[in-house]
Design a protein around this ligand. Structure first.
Ligand code: ADP
Ligand code: MG
Length: 494
C-alpha cells in the first residue's frame, strides 16, 4: 500500500513523528452548453429557475438523454490524466432525499465509471515532483440550490444547477502533506483549464473538493480517515488538512480512536467539525438507472478526441526547456496558467529570431511583465503591454539596438503611455551607441581624469567595474557594457 511518494513532511507529536495521508475527490463542473441529460442551458447567473427543463424538474415520465458533448469532455479529461478510458460504462441511481434534488436520486456512475486509473505529475515547489494516482473519473449530475436568505419564514429552491454535468475525479491516497494536496489541486485545475473541460472557477463552486485525511506512524498501515466535504478554495484545502491531521494526532495520542466521519471546514474559525458519523451515513441503494442504456462508444471516437487534444502543461514545459533553453523553474512559471503560456507563445510568434531570443523573451515575460503585474495587482488579461509590444522590445535588445538597461526605460514608457517600441526608440533617441570611436573617446576622457583609479585598477582588475559604471553614466546608458568592458581592458592593459 505504499504510495510512490518521495518525500514526506512529518508532524511532531509527544509520542513521536506522524505522517499525514491524503486523498481527494474533486468535483469539476463540465464545460458544456447544456446539461448532462437535458437541453437546458448551463449558463451561470440567470434568474432562479430560468434554466430548468422538465427533466431537471423531475416531472413524472420524463426521460434523460445523454449529452454527447459531456461524454467527449470526460474522455478528453481522462486522456489528459493519462488514464484508462472505458468504452463501456453505466449510470446508476444514487438515492437520497434533498430539497434541491427533485428526482429523489442523483444519476451517477458507481461500479463502472467512464474513466479508470490515471496519473498526475505534481511539482511540489522544492524542485521535487511526485506522482499522484487517479483512481477513477465518473460523470454525475449536480443538484440545485436551496436559498434560505430570501425570506424570513420560507426557503426557496433554484434548480438552475440541477442536472449540470460534473466530473468526480478521485485520487489515490498518495499525498503526504498539505502542500502536496494544494499542488495537486493546482495542477489538476491547470490541466482541466488547458483542456477546456472545466473552467476551474472555485469561487463559483465549479471546482470543489472532498478532502480525505488520516494519520499514521511512518511505515504503519493507513489509519482511519475523515472526509471534509466541499472545500472550495485551494488555501482552505491546505488549512483544513493541517487542522484535521493535528486533531487526529491529539486524539490518538490521548489514547482515543478516530471514528470515520464526514466533517465540514469552517474557514472563519479555521477548524473542521463533525457533520455525520459513519453510522449515520446514507445507504444510497445504488442501482442501474433503468432509463439509461449502458454508455458505449468506439475506440475511433476516443482516437479522434486524442488527436485534437491541446498541448498540456507538462509537454509544453518540456518543449520550452528543449527549444529555448529555459530553466525548469522558468518553464514551470510560464506553463502554470494557460493564459501565461499563451501570452509567452504570442510573444515568441512575433519575434524576429526566436531561437536566439526565446530565452530572453521568457525573462522579460516573467521578470518585467509578471513582476510588474504582481506589484500592481493586475493580471495578464488586462496587461497594458501587449505580446507584440513586448516582443518588439525583446527584438530591440536581441539585435543590439538598445541595452537591457534602456529597455527597462522603454518598457516603462510603453507600460504607462503605450506606443510602438521601435518608433519610440527612434523618436526618443534611445539607440545604443555602436560607434566604437565614440565610446573610446569617452573611455579616454575618464581614464585621463582619474589617474589614481587607473593605478588601483592595475593592482586590482575587478575595479574595472567602476570605469564601466562611469562610462555608462556619462553616455546615459546607451553604450553596450560589453564593448566598454573590452575597450577598458585593452586601454588599462588588464
Ligand atoms: P468511498 O468509496 O468510501 O468514498 P474510496 O475508497 O473511494 O472510499 O476513497 C475515497 C477517497 O478517500 C479517495 O480519494 C481515497 O484516496 C481516499 N482515502 C482512502 N483511504 C484513505 C486513508 N486511509 N486516508 C486518507 N485518504 C484515504
Ligand atoms: Mg467517495
Amino acid at each position: 500500500m505504499n504510495a510512490p511518494v518521495k518525500s514526506s513532511k512529518l508532524l511532531k507529536g509527544h509520542t513521536g513523528d506522524w505522517e499525514m495521508v491524503i486523498g481527494l475527490e474533486v468535483h469539476a463542473q463540465v464545460t458544456s452548453n447544456s446539461k448532462l441529460f437535458s437541453g437546458a442551458s448551463t449558463e451561470f447567473g440567470g434568474q432562479p429557475n430560468d434554466h430548468v427543463s422538465l427533466v431537471d424538474a423531475a416531472m413524472p415520465g420524463m426521460l434523460p438523454v445523454i449529452n454527447e458533448e459531456c461524454v467527449a469532455q470526460a474522455v478528453r479529461t481522462g486522456l489528459g490524466l493519462k488514464a484508462q478510458i472505458n468504452l463501456k460504462s453505466t449510470f446508476d441511481r444514487k438515492n437520497y432525499f434533498y430539497p434541491d434534488l427533485p428526482q429523489g436520486y442523483q444519476i451517477s456512475q458507481y461500479k463502472s465509471p467512464i474513466v479508470g486509473e490515471g496519473e498526475v505529475i505534481v511539482d511540489t515547489g522544492d524542485g521535487e515532483s511526485i506522482s499522484v494516482g487517479i483512481e477513477r473519473l465518473h460523470l454525475e449530475q449536480d443538484a440545485g440550490k436551496s436559498l434560505h436568505d430570501q425570506n424570513p419564514t420560507m426557503s426557496f429552491v433554484d434548480l438552475n444547477r440541477s442536472g449540470v454535468a460534473l466530473m468526480e475525479i478521485v485520487s489515490k491516497p498518495d499525498m503526504r502533506s498539505a502542500e502536496q494536496a494544494r499542488a495537486y489541486v493546482t495542477k489538476l485545475r491547470s490541466i482541466l483549464r488547458y483542456l477546456g473541460t472545466c473552467d476551474g472557477d472555485m469561487e463559483k463552486g465549479n471546482l470543489r473538493a472532498d478532502v480525505n485525511v488520516s494519520v499514521r506512524k511512518p511505515g504503519e498501515p493507513f489509519g482511519t480517515r475523515c472526509e471534509i466535504k466541499n472545500v472550495n478554495s485551494i488555501r482552505f484545502i491546505g488549512q483544513a488538512i493541517e487542522y484535521e491531521a493535528r486533531r487526529q494526532i491529539d486524539i490518538l495520542e490521548d489514547g482515543g480512536v478516530i471514528e470515520q466521519e464526514t466533517r465540514l471546514y469552517d474557514p472563519n474559525k479555521g477548524e473542521t467539525r463533525s457533520m455525520r458519523s459513519k453510522e449515520e451515513a446514507h445507504d444510497y441503494r445504488y442501482f442501474p438507472d433503468p432509463d439509461l442504456l449502458p454508455l458505449e462508444f468506439t475506440s475511433a471516437f476516443v482516437e479522434e478526441l486524442k488527436a485534437k487534444l491541446p498541448e498540456l502543461p507538462d509537454e509544453k514545459r518540456a518543449r520550452f526547456i528543449e527549444e529555448f533553453g529555459l530553466t525548469p523553474y522558468d518553464a514551470s512559471v510560464l506553463v502554470a496558467e494557460r493564459e501565461s503560456a499563451d501570452f509567452y507563445e504570442a510573444v515568441l510568434a512575433k519575434l524576429t529570431d526566436k531561437a536566439r531570443d526565446g530565452k530572453l523573451a521568457a525573462n522579460w515575460v516573467i521578470n518585467e511583465l509578471f513582476g510588474r503585474l504582481n506589484k500592481e495587482g493586475g493580471d495578464i488579461a488586462t496587461s497594458p503591454v501587449s505580446a507584440s509590444q513586448l516582443s518588439a522590445i525583446v527584438d530591440l535588445i536581441g539585435e543590439g539596438t538598445i541595452s537591457g538597461k534602456i529597455a527597462k526605460d522603454l518598457f516603462e514608457i510603453v507600460w504607462t503611455k503605450g506606443g510602438d517600441p521601435k518608433s519610440l526608440v527612434d523618436s526618443l533617441g534611445m539607440k545604443q551607441v555602436t560607434d566604437l570611436g565614440a565610446i573610446e573617446k569617452v573611455v579616454d576622457d575618464i581614464i585621463a581624469a582619474n589617474p589614481d583609479k587607473v593605478e588601483q585598477a592595475k593592482a586590482k582588475p575587478q575595479l574595472v567595474g567602476w570605469f564601466v559604471g562611469q562610462v555608462m553614466k556619462s553616455s546615459g546608458g546607451k553604450v553596450n557594457p560589453q564593448a566598454v568592458n573590452d575597450i577598458l581592458k585593452t586601454k588599462l592593459g588588464l
